[in-house]
Design a protein around this ligand. Structure first.
Ligand code: SAM
Length: 407
């Protein structure tokens, strides 16, 4: 639409409108974050030629790098996400902040928040990104930000211990470098993936482990380098289109599912309804905590033979139990609600459907709304009896537990 804007009045007014919206909807909650987001001109940190409507779209990132497979590898994060992560990070004047994943925009906000007595180090694995970030920061007067090119899963030389580590890239694991570089009273904010679900989590140290103080739903480009991790896909035998996706290891002998699609599909409705605008992140997490074989399902639309009928081909909550698998569905219920149900296939489909329906009722009774589980991060190798939590997910460097707070 437009090139780099020259009309300061127009950009200021777009920025203020966006910040008003983020504040009114509760994504910005402090005067400090509000002030820096009003102050820093966002259009100076997005690529030349980016339409102003995109620069000041509160909900969408501006992609800045894409790899040879068409996968986005870098972006200027969405203002909404930057806002709530800055709130989670609780950055104060004089602090030392380590930002993992650069771009310049967020480092400029951090620089404003720490002020002249604080320091910001921003690290990115891509020299293309750090070169741009360093240039943009210098051009806009943020000389106190140190820009480093490195795999930030490893300790960064010369950083020492930070008051805040703000990770702005999707992590699957918590490498030891992050706890090692974190002040004992410090805060680690990280978009962390467990069981295929990503939450931006604010962690503080609690004795031998990290414990969450807040968690918010988000999506991020994935970590590259030594902690890069990919989901494992299980293509359901007898189909070409159904892939069950496991983010933390296949829980089963894949051959057990070989005959699942030879049985009739069971369809069962729960009576549990949800407003179309009501948050359902807690439902995802409740299934991830409660159901041992929790996974997600994608269906290739081009090869769809009708064996399964998901609401969305790209993403369904699903589960496997031995020789059976199931996925969640929803249907309209009244003008504004949907009702959740389960489709299940396999010799024990009824059993699995009953389990999932019971899980839906349990969520409805105890966890619906904005409730958030507690995430705890222990070092890999911590014995089971020292790990608190209902569902433990083993990574390479860490053991992550999830549990609902006591009622
Ligand atoms: C969403 S972007 C960062 C956004 C940025 N902080 C901003 O101002 O909006 C994520 C970045 O993380 C970087 N990244 C991926 N893996 C990394 C790693 N192991 N160490 C450091 N940076 C990494 C990518 O190159 C990418 O530039």
């Amino acid at each position: 639409m437009t090139d780099i804007p020259t009309d300061a009045t127009e950009t200021t007014s777009l920025r203020n409108k966006m910040i008003d919206q983020l504040r009114d909807e509760g994504w910005i909650t402090s005067p400090e974050v509000e002030a820096v987001m009003r102050k820093v001109p966002r259009e100076r940190f997005t690529p030349p030629g980016t339409a102003l409507a995109d620069v000041y779209n509160p909900w969408d990132a501006v992609v800045t790098q894409t790899n040879e497979h068409g996968v986005h590898t870098s972006s200027v994060s969405a203002p909404q996400v930057q806002a709530f992560m800055l709130e989670q990070a609780q950055v104060r004047p004089g602090m030392k902040v380590l930002e993992i994943g650069s771009g310049g925009m967020n480092a400029a906000y951090l620089s404003e928040l720490v002020g002249p007595t604080g320091t910001v180090v921003t690290v990115d694995i891509s020299s293309e990104i750090t070169e741009t970030a360093a240039r943009l920061l210098a051009e806009n007067g943020y000389e106190n930000v140190r820009v480093v090119t490195a795999d930030a899963a490893e300790p960064i030389p010369g950083v020492g211990v930070a008051d805040v580590i703000l990770v702005t890239v999707g992590a699957w694991d918590i490498p030891p470098a992050w706890t090692y570089q974190l002040h004992p009273q410090g805060r680690l904010v990280v978009p962390l993936r467990a069981r295929g679900l990503t939450r931006s989590i604010s962690f503080v140290m609690q004795g031998d482990h990290l414990e969450s103080t807040s968690a918010k739903q988000c999506g991020f480009v994935a970590m590259q380098g030594s902690t890069e991790h990919h989901e494992q896909l299980l293509l359901v035998a007898g189909t070409e289109e159904i892939a069950l996706r496991f983010d933390d290891g296949l829980p089963i002998e894949p051959s057990q599912l070989d005959n699942a699609v030879k049985t009739e599909r069971i369809e069962q409705w729960s009576g549990v309804t949800l407003g179309r605008r009501e948050p359902f992140g807690s439902l995802q997490l409740h299934l991830a905590i409660t159901v041992p074989g929790f996974c997600t399902m994608t269906v290739d639309q081009d090869l769809d033979s009708g064996i399964v009928v998901p609401n969305r081909h790209g993403f369904s909550l699903a589960a496997v139990d031995g020789d059976s698998f199931a996925y969640l569905v929803f249907r309209p219920a009244g003008d504004d609600d949907v009702e959740y149900g389960v489709h299940a296939l396999g010799n024990h489909a009824q059993q699995l459907a009953d389990t999932l329906i019971a899980t839906l009722h349990d969520w409805d009774a105890h966890h619906r709304g904005d409730s958030t589980p507690i995430f705890r991060v222990y070092a890999a190798g911590t014995p089971d009896d020292q790990v608190v939590g209902d569902r433990v997910v083993d990574k390479v460097h860490s053991r992550i537990s999830l549990s609902w707070p006591a009622a």
